[in-house]
Ligand binder design. Structure first.
Ligand SMILES: Cc1cc2nc3c(=O)[nH]c(=O)nc-3n(C[C@H](O)[C@H](O)[C@H](O)COP(=O)(O)OP(=O)(O)OC[C@H]3O[C@@H](n4cnc5c(N)ncnc54)[C@H](O)[C@@H]3O)c2cc1C
Length: 338
C-alpha cells in the first residue's frame, strides 16, 4: 500500500535534513528518502570548521549524524533508498523507490551534487586526508603547504588563487596547453606569482595511501610521456560538479549544467521545491544548503496552510491549477516580506 505524506524530502544532506527539522517541528511529519549516501557529501570529509556552532570544528560524518538525530527527534521518518521514479504531472505527486510508493502533497528536492573525480583509487582513499574537492572548505588546512590543483576551468583557477592565501606553492595540473577558463581569470592567475603550471599533463597517482596522507603526486606529460614524482601535501580536484538530477529530466526545467532552475526555492511546479547543491552551482556550502532547506520547508508549510485554509487540496484538478499558481505567488511574496 502506498505511503501517504504531506511532505516528502529527497536527500539526507544538509539541505534535506534542515528541511526535515523545520517540517517536523511544524508537525508535518516529513518523510526523508535518504538516497544511498546517508548524510550527503559531508560524510566523505573529515574536519568541518566553517559550520557555525562548532568553535573547534566537527567531523563531517558526526555533524550529519547529529542532523539526522535532530530531525528524528521531532518525528521525521526515514527510508534508506533512492527515489527511482517520480510523477509530478498531478498533485498529489507520486514517488517510487525500489520497494515503496509514496504519495505526497509537497516534494522538497535536495538530491545535491557530486564533485567530479578523476577515478583514481588514491583519490577516493585520501579524500579528506589531503585530497579535497573544495578549496573554500579545506584551503585553511593547507597553511604553509605545497598543493596541486587539477583542472583548467574558471573553478580550478579560482580555487588555485584562493589556495595561495595559505599554501607556499600551488601548481595547476592541466591536460591541455590552453585553459577553458575565461581570459580574465587566466590573466589574474598568471599575475599571481605563487601559482605554477604543469600543462599538457595528467595526474596519474597520489601517494601515499599506506600512510593515510598525501606525500606526493605522479604527473605525466602527455606530449613527452615523461612521468614526474613530486612532493605534495594536498591535491584539489577542480574539474566540476555533477548535480544529481537525472531523475528530474523531462519533469522539471534544468539549466544548461543540469541544475534545477528555481525562483528562490520554488520550481515551476506548485508544491515542488528544491534546496541545496541541486539548485545552487555557486555557493555549494553546507550552511547555504541548510539555509535553502529551511526556506523550502517554510514555503512548503505556508503553502499547505493556505491550501488548507482555502480548501484547495479538496478541489478538482482543473480548478486547482490556476488557484495553485496564485498560492505560489502569494507564498513567494510572503517570503520576501518576512
Ligand atoms: C570533500 C568535501 C568536503 C566539503 N567540506 C565542506 C566544508 O568543510 N564546509 C562546507 O560548508 N561544505 C563543505 N562541502 C560542501 C558540502 O558538503 C555541500 O555543500 C553540502 O553537502 C550540500 O548539501 P545538500 O544537502 O545540498 O546535498 P548533498 O550533501 O550532496 O546530499 C545529497 C543527498 O541526496 C541523496 N540523493 C541523491 N540522489 C537521490 C535520489 N535519487 N533519491 C533520494 N536521495 C538521493 C544523497 O543520498 C544525499 O543524501 C564539502 C564537500 C565535499 C565533497
Amino acid at each position: 500500500m502506498a505511503i501517504r505524506k504531506k511532505v516528502t524530502i529527497l536527500g539526507s544532506g544538509a539541505a534535506g535534513l534542515t528541511a526535515a527539522i523545520y517540517a517536523a517541528r511544524a508537525n508535518l511529519e516529513p518523510l526523508v528518502i535518504q538516497g544511498l549516501q546517508t548524510g550527503g557529501q559531508l560524510t566523505i570529509t573529515t574536519d568541518v570548521e566553517n559550520f557555525p556552532g562548532f568553535p573547534n570544528g566537527i567531523q563531517g560524518p558526526e555533524l550529519m549524524e547529529q542532523m539526522i538525530a535532530q530531525a528524528e527527534r521531532f518525528g521525521t521518518q526515514y527510508i534508506y533508498d533512492n527515489a527511482e521514479s517520480i510523477d509530478l504531472s498531478k498533485r498529489p505527486f507520486t514517488i517510487k523507490t525500489s520497494s515503496e510508493e509514496i504519495i505526497t502533497d509537497v516534494l522538497i528536492i535536495c538530491t545535491g551534487a557530486s564533485a567530479k573525480l578523476l577515478g583514481l583509487e588514491a583519490e577516493q582513499k585520501l579524500m579528506g586526508h589531503g585530497v579535497s574537492a573544495c578549496a573554500t572548505c579545506d584551503g585553511f588546512f593547507f597553511r604553509d603547504k605545497k598543493v596541486f590543483v587539477v583542472g583548467g576551468g574558471d573553478t580550478a583557477l579560482e580555487e588555485a588563487m584562493f589556495l595561495t592565501r595559505f599554501a607556499t606553492s600551488v601548481t595547476i595540473i592541466h591536460r591541455r596547453e590552453a585553459f577553458r577558463a575565461s581570459a580574465i581569470m587566466v590573466e589574474r592567475a598568471k599575475r599571481n606569482t605563487k601559482v605554477d603550471y604543469l600543462l599538457n599533463s595528467v595526474l596519474e597517482d597520489i601517494t601515499d595511501v599506506s600512510k593515510g596522507e598525501v606525500t606526493g603526486v605522479k604527473v605525466r606529460n602527455i606530449k613527452t610521456n615523461e612521468l614526474q614524482e613530486l612532493p605534495a601535501d594536498g591535491v584539489f580536484i577542480a574539474i566540476g560538479h555533477q548535480p544529481n538530477t537525472d531523475l528530474f529530466k523531462g519533469h522539471l526545467p534544468l539549466d544548461e549544467n543540469g541544475y534545477i532552475k528555481t525562483n528562490g526555492v520554488h520550481t515551476d511546479i506548485v508544491g515542488v521545491f528544491a534546496a541545496g547543491d541541486v539548485m545552487d552551482s555557486v555557493y555549494r556550502q553546507a550552511v547555504t544548503a541548510a539555509g535553502t532547506g529551511c526556506r523550502a520547508a517554510l514555503e512548503a508549510q505556508w503553502l499547505l496552510e493556505k491550501e488548507e485554509a482555502e480548501g484547495e487540496m479538496g478541489k478538482p484538478e482543473e480548478a486547482k491549477a490556476g488557484a495553485a499558481s496564485s498560492v505560489r505567488e502569494t507564498a513567494a511574496a510572503d517570503s520576501l516580506r518576512s
